[in-house]
Design a protein around this ligand. Structure first.
Ligand code: ADP
Ligand code: MG
Length: 804
């Protein structure tokens, strides 16, 4: 899998395969080489350190006496020549092919970092990696006449978290006005304010190198800098364009040659004051470098802390990532330096865990691309002209359309949409695209018109705006559940309907709670159709709703839809049947109006229970959502803790890579993390349990709400039929038949009963009713089909007569 740890988004076209960072160790020649302590492996790749028991005390404070480090090469008594061949030659060669390269020297002060990197500037034979790399670059350029390759260099020093341009003294650069900063852009990281110098030949490049070296020394005197405490980064930038003009691709690369500050630990020299400040800085930036290296070596880590200091930030796209990377660890071979040597070798073995994915930085030359495309375009236009003249299409033009042409297409589209234009002639691709474009324009215009029309007529309320909803509820526009309620004044309907309340103003005092409901609902299990419930709830799941200023549609729709699934179990209603009714109106009132009255009067009890259940349901839902949020937060914390724990663990594992493997000892930080994780997991489990319980409760409440709603509508239907539809004399006749309430019988059946039907019905009554309530489902099934077909028809007929 491809993994860009440093987030450098260059446009790689050819990905290389993964490869490990190469880590070498270079031992500084000394007459006091500790032969009994330091041993090299036969392969010249491993270095073993052995410590006698008696010398242990005070040198290192753990139990180990033997260490073994496996690296890519041990450079002992190696000439500068050999070092270059081993360490740098390939990296530089590959840079000319477009691969970035980084070579770093790490080690304690005096161990030979600068000697390795820059070398002795006064002696050609002892020159270091830097001048040799420049030489190789220019040699290779000479060998590639097919390409125009430019070379630029820069020389940066980082001292006490400040950036210095070691080449700013050149006459044409001038002192920078603003302090330099590390800047990231999609192409990578660069230092704003750092001078970059074009060099066309080896000699120029050397001059720049010497200039920088001189400045390094001068600065250490005049600015009182301790040069061993600064990091120096010499960068060679290359850009190779093919000399073949049609080739749009070009490659870029850079080589970073890094001479790090001394890695010796603070405290040894008893530093104070300025020196202490410097030492802390160095330790800090080197330990940030170490942290970044550890993170880069850990395949599980996605975030690499590059921005913690100037050094790692400046090297962000040169550590890991797509670079060829080499580390040279400089050590002393003397017994007195053993502690620092061990720490340097440890750094080297960490570096070895880092993998990189070297890739060519391939880019496209925009100018060349435009030129090539223009050529291609001219050719194609000529081709097209020939083609058109052969097919007699000379009237067609292919130029971009002007405003008038676009307006014409817009009008064509409009005429096409309203039907006055049958077809839009196709002329060319550009025109087809414009037609589609205008379709979009017209469509979005119409959408806006519709919306503003709706806004003029209705008030929009955000479903999540509880304050607004409750205000609307208070105004009586929406019921507790957020469902729409037809406004009582009902301008367009209800004329001449006398109020038919049986007990004006009476509201039931007996409050039925959810628990009371459970016992009854258990009996009525399965009575409600889940479909009808969903229909009603659809309104409450949408984000916004329309509150009509005068409208009956919603409720009526629901009523007619729900009608067909009604079951017929009666519910205790406020109004006893014996009570005298007011005179029946000549035309039945519209259902929505009647429904409002029903809810306030006879259906008030069930309506109240319905609302109560619904609010319990809403409360549970709210709690469930809160619990879910808590669970997510805990989960996140668990993840963070786990990651921290893994980091601690990997640190420990890396420290324990040596020969002596004792018992596993974990430090306090890791122990605390384990405790925290345990506690979090416990919390997680208990919250999760609560959520599960809540979910079960919600499911249960939902069913109750569905049932209640269903019954409210069903009772309303029965009541409505009895109050307005079924002739009173027929009701009397039906009542004689037994326990069935006349309103339960579908209206259309009653109203349209012919002679035969009536016979059938009385037969049915006799057959079915004596068997008691259980036979009702049979009855329901039998009439349901007819009901479905006839009911809507009848209702439509009824509504039409009402409107007249
Ligand atoms: P550092 O940069 O790590 O502080 P230097 O490169 O300045 O150390 O080395 C300190 C001294 O040791 C210098 O005088 C340098 O010439 C000498 N030196 C270091 N490494 C070697 C080596 N491999 N061969 C010869 N001299 C060396
Ligand atoms: Mg040095």
């Amino acid at each position: 899998m491809k993994r860009h740890k440093n987030g450098n988004k260059q446009y790689f076209t050819r990905m290389g395969s993964r490869k490990k960072v190469h880590a070498f160790v270079r031992v500084k020649p000394t007459d006091e080489f500790a032969h009994e302590m330091i041993k090299y492996g036969d392969d010249n790749k491993s270095i073993d350190i052995h410590l006698k028991k008696d010398t242990r005390r005070g040198v290192v404070n753990n139990q180990q006496t033997d260490w073994s480090f496996k690296l890519d090469g041990v450079l002992h008594d190696a000439s500068q020549d050999l070092v270059y061949e081993t360490v740098a030659k390939d990296v530089v060669a590959q840079a000319l092919d477009g691969y970035n390269g980084t070579i770093m020297c790490y080690g304690q002060t005096g161990a030979g970092k600068t000697y390795t990197m820059t070398g002795a500037t006064e002696n050609y034979k002892h020159r270091g990696i830097l001048p040799r790399a420049l030489q190789q670059v220019f040699r290779m350029i000479e060998e590639r006449p097919t390409h125009a390759i430019t070379v630029r260099v820069s020389y940066l020093e980082i001292y006490n978290e400040n950036l210095f341009d070691l080449l700013s003294t050149l006459p044409y650069v001038g002192p920078s006005v603003t302090p330099m900063t590390v800047v990231e852009n999609p192409q990578g990281v660069f230092i704003k304010g750092l001078s970059v110098h074009l060099t066309s030949q080896e000699e120029d490049a050397f001059s720049l190198l010497f200039e920088g070296e001189t400045n390094r020394i001068i600065a250490s005197h005049t600015m009182n800098k301790n040069s061993s405490r600064s990091h120096c980064i010499f960068t060679i930038y290359m850009e190779a364009h093919s000399r073949t003009l049609s080739d749009e691709k070009y490659i870029t690369s850079k080589i970073n040659l890094v001479d790090l500050a001394g890695s010796e630990r603070l405290g040894k020299s008893g530093s104070e004051g300025r020196v202490l400040k410097e030492a802390t800085y160095i330790n800090k930036s080197l330990s940030f470098l170490e942290q970044a290296i550890i993170a880069l070596g850990d395949q599980k880590r996605d975030h690499i802390p590059f921005r913690q200091c100037k050094l790692t930030h400046a090297l962000k796209d040169s550590l890991g990532g797509n670079c060829n990377m080499v580390l040279v660890t400089n050590i002393y071979g003397e017994a007195a330096q053993l502690e620092e040597t061990l720490s340097s070798l440890r750094f080297a073995s960490r570096m070895k865990l880092v993998t990189t994915e070297p890739a060519i930085n391939e880019k496209y030359d925009a100018e060349r691309m435009v030129k090539n495309l223009e050529k291609e375009l001219t050719l194609l236009k000529q081709e097209l002209a020939i083609h058109d003249s052969l097919t007699n299409r000379t009237f067609v033009t292919y130029d971009p359309m002007d405003e008038i042409q676009i307006a014409e297409i817009n009008s064509q589209v409009r005429r096409y949409l309203d039907g006055t234009l049958d077809e839009i002639d196709i002329i060319n691709l550009r025109q087809i695209q414009e037609v589609f474009n205008q379709f979009r324009v017209v469509l979005s215009q119409q959408e806006r018109e519709v919306e503003s029309a709706l806004r003029r007529k209705y008030t929009l309320i955000d479903k999540n705006d509880f304050a607004a909803i409750s205000a609307v509820q208070k105004a009586g526009l929406v019921d507790v559940d957020g469902h729409l309620v037809g406004e009582p004044d009902g301008q367009s309907f209800g004329l001449g309907v006398a109020p038919f309340s049986t007990k004006p103003g009476k509201k039931s005092k007996s409050k039925k709670t959810l628990k009371d409901q459970l016992s009854t609902s258990a009996r009525k299990e399965g009575a409600g159709s889940p479909l009808s419930g969903k229909d009603l709830d659809a309104a409450s799941t949408s984000k916004t709703q329309l509150v009509p200023s005068s409208r009956d549609g919603d409720v009526k729709d629901v009523l007619s839809r729900d009608r067909e699934t009604s079951s017929i179990e009666p519910l205790p209603l406020d109004s006893p049947k014996e009570e005298s009714r007011p005179p029946r109106p000549s035309t039945p009132p519209p259902k929505p109006v009647a429904f409002e009255d029903f809810k306030n009067e006879r259906g008030s009890e069930i309506n109240r229970i319905f609302k109560e259940n619904k609010s319990i349901l809403n409360e549970r839902r709210k709690r469930a959502s809160e619990t879910t949020q808590r669970i997510n937060a805990i989960k996140q914390e668990i993840d963070v803790t786990k990651e921290a724990l893994n980091f601690q663990k990997s640190l420990r594992e890396k420290q324990g890579e040596y020969e002596n493997k004792g018992m596993m000892i974990i430090d306090e930080e890791e122990f605390l993390l384990i405790l925290k994780l345990k506690d979090l997991k416990k919390q997680y489990r208990s919250e999760y349990q609560e959520l599960r319980d809540l979910r079960a409760e919600i499911q249960y409440c939902q069913r109750l709400v569905d049932q209640c709603r269903h019954r409210l509508l069903m009772e309303f239907d029965i009541w409505y039929n009895e109050s307005f539809i079924i002739p009173e004399d027929m009701q009397v006749a039906l009542k004689l038949g037994g326990s069935i309430r006349p309103g339960m019988v579908p209206v259309n059946r009653l109203v349209s009963l012919g002679e035969d039907d009536q016979d059938k019905f009385s037969q049915l009554q006799q057959m079915v009713l004596p068997e008691g309530p259980d036979s009702i489902s049979f009855y329901n099934a039998k009439v349901k089909t007819e009901q479905k077909h006839n009911y809507l028809k009848t209702m439509m007929g009824l509504q039409q007569t009402q409107r007249k």
